[in-house]
Design a protein around this ligand. Structure first.
Ligand SMILES: Nc1nc2c(ncn2[C@@H]2O[C@H](COP(=O)(O)OP(=O)(O)OP(=O)(O)O)[C@@H](O)[C@H]2O)c(=O)[nH]1
Ligand SMILES: [Mg+2]
Length: 611
């Protein structure tokens, strides 16, 4: 066997964890303490969360690269998202690195996504450094959490080397790392030393020619399409002629126009890049994530990056409501198709399917929150569209219908367990484990269909008065567990176009919860509220009070209406039933029936009844 060549000048690491365990905040501290910024320079918090939606929602959505220098060694760092719906980003990030820093919250301990990310890391045979983070929390229990992490490694089948993981304690927010929770520390130097000593050095095969696995794509107005990934073997120089090998093993020639590497938060031009480095290459038009860039003389595709299959499908269509074209600038199905296709190039866990109807597209992904983020991005770009309720993807095997199942972890006060268990059992959930810590809180585990969780999170927070924690992990496909009602209420539907009036809305209030306020435009087939009873109620929302000589119309203003909570995308897509859609524009979120005409809906129902 060949002697492997080591590149001692580089380490490639990913920061992985369950959502909110402090990854992006720790990267801030690593950047600051590696003297990336001028002394006194104002730097915003969670600097790697650079997308508007990441900053607004306080979570990481896409994995991103940066680098620091430690004792002359370059550390490429990839900050990854912790939300389960963005798990594909973690898998993509792990394809570029040799090791991962696994953060675990010192109070919460390992949670479902900790398990997912660690499992992927172990499967990839990568090095792991465990950091028990946030030990400043009043409810921190670092010793117990370390035991739980150890149990998790064993449970995931880690080998003896992996079980011997280095473990540190940290307060990422203050930039402190220590060997034991009681130690005093003033900085992250212990973490930096551990990275240098324990994270595997990138290795390559000196007999192999240049090979780069494309793990991400970018675009620059100046350089065009950018292929981002790790050089696994050999070296390349600016202006080299190479080939790109696609999934059908076809080679397309390319000439490198620029090579760049990560330098802090920016990119830096490089003349030569060597095995072990993570690079940004331009000079290529047609490239996909998973392709290999290599030499024309010995084209050899690397193992393609594979990520988990999508479990959710959502219908995206053009906006056909009577109000279309008033608030957005991009309305055509061709534009929608092109934009969704572009998303699949960047986002490894999203797939696009055309449907028989040329104005309708099926987008497949990992969860309803991922869909919400995609829809939100589109409306900000000026799109108008309508979307259906996310549906889970069923499978058929040997004549049996199978559905995706999740392990659901509930942590709540004992008093709320009754209502939570009742709601989950209606949704075909089964209690599999229950631990009562004797201090008034319980941890319960359920096995439950993925479809049951669409829209459940909001209800759970209401039922536990905002104090419950809910986490889930995809467990695999199991036999279909049967139907259950999506909701026990109907829709209040406008029967004509116009403007909603106070008078009409005031008289509709006793019938349910309204979504519109006086002056809002309405149209036939638009859902303006949730009906208390499980039937559709068609109403005239534009009704004016009959004027008499004695009274003026303006009197209606004195009617006091209950406040209407604004409809969020999350709420809207989980509220609608299969025969309903959400209309999304840059300014509004409206709900509607698929079939706008009340007469036609009535006819269809009558036919279904006869059939
Ligand atoms: N007490 C305490 N809180 C922290 C610490 N580090 C981060 N936090 C807080 O934890 C929250 C989440 O921090 P992030 O850095 O965004 O967590 P993340 O792991 O990047 O989250 P995702 O990327 O969305 O998965 C923020 O409110 C931070 O202020 C810490 O050391 N101690
Ligand atoms: Mg983050």
């Amino acid at each position: 066997m060949n002697q492997k060549r080591k590149n001692e000048h580089i380490r490639n690491i990913a920061i992985i964890a369950h959502v909110d365990h402090g990854k992006t905040t720790l990267v801030d501290a690593m950047l600051k303490q590696s003297h990336l910024f001028r002394p006194g320079q104002a730097v915003e918090d969670r600097i790697m969360d650079s997308m508007d939606l990441e900053r607004e929602r306080g979570i990481t959505i896409a994995a991103k690269n940066c680098s620091i220098m430690l004792n002359g060694v370059k550390i490429n760092i990839i900050d990854t998202p912790g939300h389960a719906d963005f798990g594909g980003e973690v898998e993509r990030a792990l394809s570029m690195v040799d090791g991962a820093i696994l953060l675990v919250d010192a109070s919460e301990g390992p949670l479902p996504q900790t398990r997912f990310v660690l499992q992927k890391t172990i499967e990839n045979g990568l090095g792991v450094v465990v950091v028990i983070n946030k030990i400043d929390r009043k409810d921190a229990r670092p010793d117990q959490v370390l035991d739980e992490v150890y149990d998790l490694f064993i449970d995931l089948g880690a080998n003896d080397d992996q079980l011997d993981f280095p473990c540190l304690y940290a307060v990422g927010r203050d930039g402190l790392a220590m060997k034991s929770p009681a130690d005093k520390s003033t900085d992250l130097s212990l973490l930096f030393d551990t990275i240098l000593q324990k994270m595997p050095v990138p290795e390559s095969d000196p007999d192999e020619p240049f090979q780069m696995l494309v793990s991400d794509l970018g675009y620059s107005d100046y350089l065009g399409r950018l292929a981002i990934g790790r050089v696994f073997n050999g070296s390349a120089h600016a202006n080299d002629s190479l080939v790109c090998v696609n999934e059908r093993n076809e080679s397309t020639p390319l000439k490198i126009t620029s090579l760049q590497t990560y330098n802090g938060l920016n990119l830096k031009e490089a003349d030569t890049v060597n095995a072990g480095e993570i690079i940004v290459l331009s000079g290529i038009k047609d490239v996909k994530i998973g392709d290999t860039i290599c030499t024309a003389q010995r084209p050899k595709a690397m193992k393609r990056l594979s990520v988990g299959e999508p479990t959710i499908a959502t219908e995206f269509r053009i906006n056909t409501s009577p109000l279309n074209g008033r608030e957005g600038t991009i309305l055509q199905s061709g534009k929608l198709r092109e934009r969704l296709h572009r998303e699949t190039l960047k986002n490894v866990s999203i797939r696009l399917e055309e449907s028989v109807d040329k104005d309708t597209f099926i987008v497949k992904g990992r969860g309803d929150f991922q869909m919400v983020i995609l829809i939100e991005m589109l409306r900000r770009e000026g799109f108008e569209l309508s979307v259906g309720r996310p549906q889970v993807i069923f499978r058929h095997e040997d004549g049996n219908l199978l559905e995706p199942i999740e392990n659901l972890f509930v942590d709540c006060a004992e008093t709320f367990l009754g209502i939570v268990t009742e709601k989950l059992s209606i949704r075909k959930g089964r209690l599999t484990n229950l631990v009562n810590n004797g201090l008034g809180r319980v941890r319960a585990e359920f096995s439950i269909p993925s479809r049951s969780l669409i829209g459940y999170r909001g209800e759970f927070l209401t039922d536990t008065k905002g104090t419950g924690l809910l986490n889930s992990l995809f467990a695999g496909y199991e036999p279909f567990r049967g139907e259950f009602p999506l909701r026990f209420t109907g829709s209040i539907v406008a029967d004509r176009p116009g403007s909603a009036t106070s008078y009409a809305l005031f008289h509709l209030e006793p019938r349910g919860q309204l979504f519109v306020v006086p002056g809002d435009p309405v149209y036939e087939g638009m859902i303006i509220g949730e009906h208390n009873k499980d039937i559709e109620l068609n109403v005239n929302a534009t009704r004016e009070k009959k004027l008499t000589n004695m009274r003026a119309a303006g009197k209606d203003d004195s009617l006091v209406l209950s406040p209407v909570r604004p409809m969020t995308l999350e709420k809207a897509i989980s509220f609608i039933k299969d025969d309903e859609l959400v209309e999304v524009t840059p300014k509004s979120i409206r709900l509607r029936k698929r079939e706008l005409s009340a007469t036609k809906r009535h006819q269809t129902r009558a036919q279904e009844f006869i059939a």
